[in-house]
Write a protein that binds this ligand. Structure first.
Ligand SMILES: Cc1cc2nc3c(=O)[nH]c(=O)nc-3n(C[C@H](O)[C@H](O)[C@H](O)COP(=O)(O)OP(=O)(O)OC[C@H]3O[C@@H](n4cnc5c(N)ncnc54)[C@H](O)[C@@H]3O)c2cc1C
Length: 519
């Protein structure tokens, strides 16, 4: 089979020192005059809704997982129905371009740079739309019909009751359907199934004019593909039909180490190109760390305990290939095949570690880390994260510069790196990422050397940045914005368009605006 591909690189960091934290804060509070606030509040209160607005308890909507950007809204809408969302958007749309009011859907608030926030605007708490029951449809093309505010962890538990599960995941499942479908939803299954946005049959979307559309590959396809990966710019996802597959019960979770980057990526690429291969492939970089294998030992067993105990990391930069093979009952034949496949890997053989866990525990693995970090008070610290999609042709240059020269000391968080097979990705959708600190260096390096790197979950403050990010897709992106959200009411926290500014001038105004507001 022809390959590939793009490498997903995630550099995840956390800042635990208060001193640093302040300098990362981008804080803005509302400056509406009392009378304007009163008029605006009264007009929103006059809407006939099943849910409700809250104008007082709004501070949590000015935060997110990144914990570096804080923009206070004027109100939070807790919708009970799709019509609540549609009426609110229509109301704001009818106020016309003179009103500053914008609207941000907030999923689980796990954005990194205020993307789910609305400065002086309305935040819609999508999780309160979850009241609607999830429906699993079995049959030839099984799917689950869920609210856009549903958490993936709940979808997993619900579908498992029917023996099914979604095909493509994120590493962390406490994120909403609308939040991940607005970006892509990428994890170690994406080499086979594509990202989550490629595993959706149908969406219900409320546009920036307040109109409600059902869309799919066959119906309102322009909106469907625009919204998938569309950074929340064209509409709010209120419902999604997500494709399912029969769920396995268990996973063999394997880790092996490499000291040579080339062998590491060669083996990753080899594995994702095979038909009969593992079900999940990721990897991470270990820089200047000792004793990490001891930490693994609580959950992973070395295949050869004696040899593993002889392994000394010695401060080297190491690369860990992480894989999982799903299974139901122990199938000796399949496992022999797997062993055969793994024995051909060019890794440090004494570092073969295996863990056997339930499918749920495997998929929900990051939640365990979350619990531990919460206990230590380290979950809610600022998180400057960088997610990059690096073309295969550039991955060795990238690694040499970044892992060899820039990130030479221990990083505070994991650095994930794994290839995905773009051939299996649908290129009709829109796509995405963040930056900070040492990350500027990496971006600068990427720019200077023309590696063709793209941010995933993008974050730009300039016209050149956004245009370069979208490349030839920019015109289409701007056209869709003017069609579905002509006043630029939706998802202002992405900072791509500014409300009521003509789209051709948008980038320029966006820069002006961001200089004014995001200082
Ligand atoms: C611990 C952690 C692990 C992660 N792991 C992965 C990973 O493995 N793979 C991956 O791809 N990503 C990963 N992410 C990134 C994550 O997918 C995105 O940040 C995602 O947007 C978060 O979902 P959320 O529900 O919290 O969205 P929010 O942060 O609430 O919203 C994100 C954006 O989507 C918009 N939005 C939210 N809901 C809707 C909706 N219903 N309709 C339209 N727009 C909407 C918001 O306005 C905002 O612009 C991870 C994030 C964290 C914090």
């Amino acid at each position: 089979m022809a390959v590939l591909q793009v490498f997903m690189v995630l550099i995840l960091n956390s800042i635990s020192h208060e001193i640093n934290r302040c300098s990362y804060f981008h804080h803005a509070t509302p400056t509406f005059s009392n009378s304007r606030t009163f008029i605006m509040e009264s007009s929103l209160k006059s809407l006939n809704l099943d849910g409700q607005f809250n104008f007082k308890d709004i501070h949590h909507a000015a935060g997110d997982f990144g914990n570096r950007y804080h923009f206070l809204p004027v109100a939070i809408l807790y919708p009970k129905t799709v019509s609540d969302i549609s009426s609110t958007i229509k109301h704001v749309f009818n106020m016309g371009p003179a009103s500053e009011l914008t609207i941000a859907a907030r999923g689980h608030g796990h954005s990194l740079q205020g993307q789910a926030q609305a400065h002086r605007g309305i935040v819609i708490n999508m999780e309160s739309l979850r009241g609607k029951k999830m429906h699993v449809h079995t049959g030839e093309l099984p799917y689950i019909d869920v609210s856009g505010g549903e958490l993936w962890i709940n979808i997993l538990h619900e579908t498992l009751k029917y023996g099914f599960a979604p095909k493509s995941w994120t590493d962390y499942l406490h994120l909403t359907v609308g939040g991940t479908l607005s970006h892509a939803g990428i994890s170690g299954q994406a080499f086979r199934h594509g990202p989550q946005i490629d595993n959706v049959y149908e969406l219900e979307v409320v546009t920036g004019k307040g109109e409600v559309f059902v869309c799919s590959e066959k119906q309102n396809a322009d909106l469907f593909y625009g919204v998938l990966g569309g950074l929340g710019q064209f509409g709010i996802i209120t419902r999604a039909k997500i494709s399912l597959e029969p769920a396995p019960r268990k996973a063999k979770w394997i880790r092996v180490l490499y000291s040579d980057f080339y062998s590491f990526t060669k083996d990753q690429e080899h594995l994702i190109a095979l038909e009969d291969t593992v079900d999940y492939i990721e990897g991470f970089v270990i820089i200047n760390k000792t004793g990490f294998i001891n930490n693994w030992r609580s959950s992973f067993n070395p295949r050869d305990p004696h040899q593993a105990s002889q392994f000394i990391s010695d401060g080297r930069t190491l690369y860990c290939l992480e894989m999982a093979k799903y299974f139901d009952l122990e199938d000796t034949d399949a496992m022999n095949k797997m062993d055969n496949l793994l024995s051909k890997l060019d890794c440090i053989q004494q570092t073969y570690f295996l863990s056997e866990v339930s499918y749920v525990d495997f998929l929900d693995r990051v939640h365990l880390s979350e619990k531990k970090l919460r206990e230590k008070g380290l979950w809610d610290v600022p998180h400057p994260w960088l997610n990059l999609l690096v073309p295969r042709r550039s991955i060795n240059d990238f690694a040499e510069e970044v892992f060899g020269k820039i990130l030479t000391d221990n990083n505070n968080g994991p650095i994930l790196i794994y290839p995905v097979n773009q051939l299996r990705w649908n290129n009709k959708t829109s796509l995405i990422t963040p930056k900070e600190d040492v990350f500027y260096l990496i971006l600068d390096f990427c720019g200077r050397t023309h590696l063709g790197v793209k941010q995933y979950l993008p974050h730009y403050g300039t016209r050149e940045g956004w245009r370069a990010h979208f490349g030839t897709k920019w015109e289409d992106f701007a056209r869709r914005k003017s069609t579905y959200d002509p006043l630029a009411i939706l998802a202002p926290g992405q900072r791509i368009f500014q409300k009521a500014v003509p789209f051709h001038d948008t980038a320029h105004h966006m820069i002006q605006h961001s200089q004014d507001v995001w200082k």
